[in-house]
Design a binder for this molecule. Structure first.
Ligand SMILES: [Fe+2]
Length: 258
């Protein structure tokens, strides 16, 4: 049996949430998708994620939401992270903060382990992402069938180094955060399905989802500028990973754009 996982990149703003919710049912049906994971840390208006948006994504067919550096932008999300199994925040935040770095969700008799970690290159100096993921794998050992990791990181080098470090130990690894899809999707030598960045679910005609005029003003004038989400048409970016349950490995990765 093949188990198909659709991973979607950073969902940016309410327009992207709406398009995803409107179309996810048919995307799942037409693509024989068993499991959907998306990065939701920019999904709320003015980024972060709020409870209403998280509930909406889950209701319309997202099985698990991963997060990143904007996880705690909205205070209301703290309790929600403790109560909800379908959302994870980076595991290398201090253990005292709300939420978990991994979750295990059963789907069609398959137990899917979803892990989330933040890179530390050009981002906040959280705990070592390599060791954090090693720890999460140890904690979940024997409790899952397929493992998935979202590395929310700025530097391509950090994501690629982690893909080699975990090759053959994690089934599916993808990167998020840069909002730009990379063209390096592949099955790695020891069987891990990998892509450095899924890209963004948001308006391509923008700067990473923000109105281009705002960003150009900021970059040319160096004065404070209010950032608004672009209202240009939304494209959904991600990747589809095909996992063979007999061979117990990922056998195919394809980029997704719609
Ligand atoms: Fe981010």
């Amino acid at each position: 049996m093949t188990f198909r996982i659709l991973a979607l990149g950073d969902v940016v703003g309410p327009d992207a949430v709406k398009r995803l919710c409107d179309e996810l049912y048919s995307i799942r049906r037409d693509g024989n998708i068993d499991f959907v994971v998306c990065n939701g840390e920019n999904a709320a208006a003015s980024n972060g994620i709020d409870i209403r948006t998280a509930n909406e994504l889950i209701k319309y067919g997202v099985d698990c939401i991963t997060l990143g550096n904007h996880t705690f932008k909205r205070r209301e999300i703290r309790e929600y992270l403790d109560e909800t199994k379908n959302i994870v925040r980076p595991g290398n935040f201090p253990s005292e903060v709300s939420g978990m770095g991994y979750t295990i969700l059963p789907e069609n008799g398959v137990r899917v382990l979803i892990m989330n970690v933040l890179g530390v290159v050009y981002l906040e100096p959280l705990a070592c992402p390599f060791r954090t993921v090693d720890k999460m794998l140890r904690a979940a050992q024997g409790k899952y069938d397929i493992s998935v990791l979202d590395i929310h990181a700025e530097a391509t080098s950090e994501k690629i180094a982690m893909s080699h470090y975990f090759d053959g130990r994690i089934d599916i690894i993808f990167g998020t955060h840069t909002h730009v899809q990379t063209a390096d999707e592949r099955v790695m030598p020891k069987g891990t399905g990998y892509i450095t960045d899924l890209g963004m679910c948001g308006p391509d005609d923008s700067v990473l989802g923000i109105k281009k005029e705002n960003i150009i003003e900021k970059m040319t004038m160096h004065t404070p500028v209010k950032f608004d989400f672009s209202d240009n048409p939304v494209t959904l970016h991600g990747a589809i990973f095909e996992y063979d349950t007999e061979k117990k490995r990922c056998v195919d990765v394809k980029r997704f754009e719609m």
